[in-house]
Design a binder for this molecule. Structure first.
Ligand code: E4P
Length: 218
């Protein structure tokens, strides 16, 4: 399973990259705004900066909601770097745009997906990735992981090439369960990736090893 980091923060992207486990980055307009990145020039430069850090795919979201606007924006984004994946919302013109980008060999990430029906549409349109938002489903008392299970079954049934990118991942158990179910990718904050390191028995065991070594060598 690939690990993407869900942030526009360059330090966090660097930290995940330096850990040696990072396969890509997802951003969205809220994450860009959180970093204070605004205006076309700064936004473009920021995507270029992210691409310089990571080796894998970098999702950059369009703001337009009409077909022509999405195509125009997506082409500009895709030209920035081979790593750029154009992130398109799951709306009617978005599906048309995904089909267009797919026919042009431009990678896409269909975002804001909350149902199996939406994910089938994204796959049929030729999306490279589909992003079901599991945390936001959990927030409204709907089992987000169940959607991932459904998508794995449906995509396997028909051999769809679209990769299931579990998004809105809030904690380590989301990530581990996505791995059990067979999601292709998870995207999550740095805190979720680093929390995977933690186990009290590791800390206790290491302290004991070091203490024993010290005793034997003093
Ligand atoms: C995915 O691509 C989105 O950027 C993200 O995972 C949304 O997560 P949130 O629900 O925590 O905002």
């Amino acid at each position: 399973m690939k690990f993407f980091i869900d942030t526009a923060n360059l330090n966090e992207i660097r930290e995940a990259h330096d850990l040696g486990v990072l396969d890509g980055v997802t951003t969205n307009p809220s994450l860009m705004a959180k970093e204070g990145i605004s205006g076309q020039e700064r936004i473009i430069q920021h995507y270029k900066d992210i691409c310089k850090i990571v080796d894998g795919d970098v999702s950059a979201e369009v703001i337009s909601t009409d077909f022509e606007g999405m195509i125009k924006e997506g082409k500009i984004l895709a030209e920035l770097d081979d790593k750029i994946v154009v992130k398109v919302p799951m709306i009617k013109d978005g599906v048309k745009a995904i089909r267009y980008f797919s026919s042009e060999g431009i990678k896409t990430n269909c975002t804001l997906v909350f149902s199996a029906g939406q994910a089938i549409l994204a796959a049929k349109a030729g999306a490279t990735y589909v992003s079901p938002f599991i945390g936001r489903l959990d927030d409204v008392s709907t089992d987000g992981l169940q959607l991932i299970e459904q998508l794995v079954t449906i995509y396997d049934n028909y051999g769809y090439g679209t990769q299931i990118l579990a998004a809105s991942v809030r904690h380590t158990m989301h990530l581990v369960q996505c791995a059990e179910i067979g999601a292709d990718v998870v995207t999550c904050p740095l805190s979720v990736i680093t929390a995977l390191l933690n186990h009290p028995l590791t800390d206790i065991g290491l302290a004991k090893f070091l203490a024993d070594h010290k005793k034997a060598n003093s």
